[in-house]
Design a protein around this ligand. Structure first.
Ligand SMILES: NC(=O)N[C@@H](CC(=O)O)C(=O)O
Ligand SMILES: [Zn+2]
Ligand SMILES: [Zn+2]
Length: 428
């Protein structure tokens, strides 16, 4: 089936920016240009007034299958992804069992195929059971379809284990993704350490718990030459160190999450557990540093760290509730907020949702290049809407953005040439 997307504002970073048409044939991008003729029998989608973008790539999501299907399944997670404009998502291995072997990887890929929505690419564990002790079978994980390795949810505390992981990863051409947190410095904490944690009487997690691990990982990347990707950076110190590492030519990329460039620790007042995530919401100065890092290219990628948890789990004391919030269905609007604020140009914002994450993981995604998989998203940049968690595709509703009035909404999502989400036909 051929599809011609007509008259939209195309933003294909570094390739084509301007009003034009996109032709899809046999699941691939067949042509992009100011005017492309519709072949006989093609379905024409009128994209006037809409942005036409490469499908977004999220290198950091938690779909809870296997093991925690009550929070999210691969099916519900993939549905949330395409509703949010994400056509490729990389799912972290902190499931039960942990994705530290070929059987779990193959199970995830099979489930993703059955869902038939987004491309769901597994991230394998660095260590067996993500226990930080013994390396997983990294070569097997690579061969069975893992696109990166991480023990996300936990850091790899032992520096020698991390060094060996990086050496293997380099040999297998895999990116190593680390959740930078010194667990001893962070132990017992549930929000950012500072004045507010003292006022609220909550145990804090100092910025240094993140910073020291960023410093270590950058050093190990320099030592081994492995490609390092830093998950969810949240502190001014991390931004500073990544900036310096890049200036020195170290193979490091970094991601920031929408909540870390939108909210500060102030939101924790009121003890709303939807403001509890790891790393925690930080200070205004940290948020400014994250924005500056995004603006100047220090932070390459916007990733959601979509971390669904059930309502009853979040309805506990702040100290008891699990860390994490869902993000797939609000990320686009919050990112466009940075464009409205003048922090990013639209092309920069699209880059950080598409080609940059693809490059960080070495994926041939996030582009409208002729011959690429036809993963395309149509966005109305001006549509205003109110975040209503009850309408999420995700099984979970743990978001601090409920009731927020935001701008920019996905109209249509196409994966491999197949429309898999259409806001017009959808109950919202
Ligand atoms: N970010 C979170 O607060 N939680 C994540 C784990 C993680 O990303 O470290 C989760 O799996 O729930
Ligand atoms: Zn993490
Ligand atoms: Zn995570």
């Amino acid at each position: 089936m051929a599809i011609l997307i007509k008259g939209g504002r195309i933003v294909d970073p570094g390739r084509f920016v301007g009003t034009g048409d996109v032709l899809i044939e046999q699941g691939k991008i067949a042509a992009v240009g100011a005017t492309v003729a519709a072949p006989a029998g093609a379905t024409v989608i009128d994209a006037k007034g809409l942005l036409v973008l490469p499908g977004f790539v999220d290198v950091h999501v938690h779909f809870r299958e296997p093991g925690f299907e009550y929070k999210e399944t691969i099916q519900s997670g993939a549905a949330a992804a395409v509703a949010g404009g994400f056509t490729t998502v990389c799912c972290m291995p902190n499931t039960n069992p942990v994705n530290d072997n070929q059987a779990v990887t193959e199970f995830i890929l099979e489930r993703a195929k059955q869902a038939g929505l987004a491309h769901v690419l597994p991230v394998g564990a660095i260590t067996k059971g993500s226990e930080g002790k013994e390396l997983a079978e990294i070569g097997d994980l690579r061969r069975s379809g893992c696109v990166a390795i991480s023990d996300d949810g936990k850091p790899v505390m032992n520096s020698l284990v991390m060094r060996r992981a990086m050496e293997y990863a380099k040999a297998f051409d895999l990116t190593v993704v680390d959740h930078c947190e010194d667990i001893h410095l962070a132990e017992g904490g549930c929000m950012n350490e500072g004045l507010i944690s003292t006022e609220l009487g909550l145990p804090g997690i100092p910025a240094a718990a993140e910073d020291v691990m960023v410093a270590r990982n950058v050093s190990l990347s320099e030592l081994t030459g492995a490609r390092l990707h830093l998950a969810h950076i949240s502190t001014a110190g991390s931004v500073r160190m990544v900036r310096e590492a890049k200036a020195r030519g170290i193979a490091v990329t970094a991601e920031a999450c929408p909540h870390h460039f939108t909210l500060t620790e102030e939101v924790v007042r009121g003890y709303n557990t939807h403001a509890k995530m790891n790393p925690p919401l930080r200070t205004w100065a940290d948020v400014q540093a994250i924005k500056e890092g995004l603006r100047d290219g220090t932070i390459d990628v916007i990733a959601t760290d979509h971390a669904p948890h059930a309502t009853q789990e979040k309805q506990q004391d702040f100290t008891e509730a699990p860390f994490g919030i869902v993000g797939l269905e609000t990320a686009l609007s919050l990112t466009l907020g940075l464009v409205d604020e003048g922090v990013l140009s639209l092309e920069q914002a699209v880059t950080k949702l598409t080609s940059a994450p693809a490059a960080a993981f070495g994926l041939s995604k996030g582009t409208l290049a002729v011959g690429a998989d036809a993963d395309v998203v149509l966005v109305d940049p001006n549509e205003q809407w109110t975040v209503d968690p009850a309408k999420f595709r995700s099984k979970s509703r743990n978001t601090p953005f409920a009731g927020w009035k935001v701008k920019g909404r996905v109209r249509v999502t196409i994966v491999g040439g197949r429309p898999v989400f259409d806001a017009n036909g959808a109950e919202r």
